[in-house]
Design a protein around this ligand. Structure first.
Ligand code: DGP
Length: 234
């Protein structure tokens, strides 16, 4: 890896049962294999959001399993806080040349809460300033095809009606991300076979696999003070 390169930040988003976690794991292994073979690929870490192991993550887990009830805004902020808990870890990995793969990220946060009727802008606000992905891969699948894949589980959002609403918001987010130049958003047809989807993902990821140029920016962050460091410097 050239010394001026940092690790790439790659996010995988999608509906429940889109094959997202399987594909994230395959992608992780493929990137890792390249490194093991002595290639110049930086090593890779796979993060999963929500991270249910932290104190905040345990509250999210109880909510998703319907063991607790929380106000829509309160749970939204917990999901976001769960990402902020790992923000400095993500930046540290990227800075040392490690590729970071995230299974879900801020876009899920907006999609699942905006579907409930909360405003898009309100949902986006707590995500502003999180490390910005270089590439977001959206595994698109129609909710009825997803439902036919062995059925949804028992968690709170695993219902066809919910997934339809979430998909509509994801489509809006994808368009907004492209228009605002907030990294690259690539839509993948997740209705294809596991192998075909993996190949499509790899086509998008391979150019970033040896690291990327440029500093790590904050998601949707525009400094209103010219020249001021948007990462919080004085
Ligand atoms: P997963 O572990 O990827 O199956 O995600 C658990 C569930 O939580 C899934 O239905 C999607 C939902 N989810 C993931 N991230 C967020 C978020 O930030 N906000 C909300 N409201 N839901 C989320």
């Amino acid at each position: 890896m050239s010394s001026s390169k940092r690790g790439a930040f790659i996010v995988i988003e999608g509906l429940d049962r889109s094959g997202k976690s399987t594909q994230a794991s395959l992608l992780h292994d493929r990137l890792q294999d390249r490194q093991d073979a002595g290639a110049t690929t930086p090593k890779v870490v796979l993060l999963k959001f929500p991270d249910r192991t932290t104190a905040i993550g345990k509250m999210i887990d109880a909510y998703l399993r319907s063991e607790s009830e929380l106000d829509d805004r309160a749970i939204h902020l917990l999901f976001s806080a769960n990402r902020w808990e790992l923000a400095s870890t993500i930046v540290a990995h990227l800075a040392q040349g490690t590729t970071v793969l995230a299974d879900r990220y801020a876009f899920s946060g907006i999609a699942f809460s905006a579907r409930k009727g909360l405003s898009y802008e309100w949902c986006r606000a707590p995500e502003v300033g999180l490390p910005a992905p270089d590439l977001t891969l959206f595994l698109n699948i129609s909710p009825d095809v997803a439902a036919a894949r062995g059925g949804y589980g028992l968690e709170r959002y695993e219902k066809e009606e919910v997934q339809k609403g979430v998909r509509r918001v994801f489509n809006k987010i994808g368009r907004a991300v492209q228009e605002e130049g907030e990294g690259k958003w690539v839509e993948i047809d997740a209705g294809k076979t596991k192998e075909e989807v993996a190949e499509e993902l790899w086509k998008a990821v391979e150019p970033l696999a040896s690291g990327v140029q440029g500093s790590i920016s904050g998601l949707w962050e525009i400094s209103l003070i010219p020249g001021r460091d948007t990462q919080g410097g004085t």
